[in-house]
Design a protein around this ligand. Structure first.
Ligand code: NAD
Length: 301
């Protein structure tokens, strides 16, 4: 059986490297983004250009989206010139972090046009997108999962979360809450240790050999904080969006999250101090300001 035609909408930090991997794997690919330079780079790899989401969905059976926020995903999927109006599309795969409510809303609306919606939020950052080592949290009908698997395997490890729309998105929201909470508390610990006279590299060595190990001590702090590059590749605005989506969902479900609420305020303060586009690892600089101490620079790992 020949490979299905693929569309890709949203060629940003995550979308461009994922679309690049699919182009390099030889798929018949049609792309669209508001950023012409990103479209040009995919066209140079053999992809076709489409003017809007409807045009993508009239060229491709399976349409992927990697877009910033729930409202953009809803507009691209269901709005004027949206995916829903495409003549060829059968499956819409949302790789963005949009939350379960948007996933359910989009799935119900697309079902009216016989288009199957797939939750497929991803974890692993820009580096994981480039290397094809993302974690992909998929929820959709099982036959659709089976059809998508050979394509998704080019992007990373597929973890099937169930058939109901929204399950993959819920998994992603709680994953990111755990990740950003680990970053916040590890940043506090690092600054305290430095103020007490500990070497930050020794602190990371101990955390990573011991019970304090987490994704911040193992990756974010050595890669983006100790070298003071603050370039992990995830913006404060996007992290705040994910945390807000998670807490709103938890509140609607009657699940109190006091720790998550505190982390949300840390992100709000990081945004107020450094702006929407600042990398979320910048939160360590806030704690440094309050503590009156700076974590010393080391060479980039
Ligand atoms: P980004 O802002 O870098 O990319 C978004 C892209 O969408 C941009 O290229 C933008 O031009 C394009 N776009 C916006 N509106 C559009 C429209 N109407 N039509 C076509 N294109 C449009 O964001 P990102 O960091 O790549 O994140 C994308 C999604 O993945 C977000 O939901 C984010 O939360 C999630 N995510 C990001 C990371 C990360 O480390 N950056 C990790 C996991 C998940």
């Amino acid at each position: 059986m020949s490979n299905p035609s693929i569309g890709f909408i949203g060629l940003g930090t995550m979308g461009e490297p994922m679309a690049t991997r699919l182009a390099q794997a030889g798929y018949d690919l049609t792309v669209s983004d508001l950023n012409e330079a990103a479209v040009e780079r995919l066209v140079a790899l053999g992809a076709k250009r489409a003017s809007d989401p409807t045009a993508v969905a009239s060229q491709a059976e399976i349409v992927f989206a990697s877009l910033p926020t729930p409202d953009v995903v809803q507009k691209v999927a269901l709005g004027d010139q949206g995916v829903a109006s495409g003549s060829k599309v059968r499956v819409f795969v949302d790789l963005s972090t949009t939350g379960p409510r948007t996933a359910k809303l989009v799935a119900e609306a697309l079902a009216r046009n016989d288009i199957i919606a797939v939750d497929c939020p991803v974890s692993g950052g820009a580096a994981g997108a480039q290397k094809g080592t993302l974690a992909l949290m998929v929820s959709c009908p099982t036959p659709t999962h089976d059809e998508l698997l050979p394509i998704l395997n080019h992007l990373g490890k597929v973890i099937f979360c169930g058939e109901a729309p929204g399950l993959g998105q819920t998994m992603k929201l709680v994953n990111n809450l755990v990740s950003v909470t680990a970053l916040a508390v590890s940043s506090e610990a690092l600054v305290m240790g430095v103020k007490a006279g500990l070497d930050p590299q020794i602190m990371l060595d101990v955390f990573n050999a011991g019970s304090g190990r987490n994704s911040a001590t193992a990756d974010k702090l050595p890669r983006a904080v100790l070298p003071r590059t603050f370039d992990f590749g995830f913006s404060t605005a996007l992290s705040l969006k994910d945390t807000r989506l998670c807490l709103d969902e938890a509140e609607a479900m009657g699940v109190p999250m006091p720790v998550g609420s505190a982390v949300r305020q840390v992100l709000n303060m990081t945004r107020a101090a450094f702006g929407d586009n600042a990398d979320f690892t910048r939160m360590v600089c806030l704690i440094e300001q309050w503590a009156g101490v700076e974590v010393p620079t080391t060479a980039k790992k």
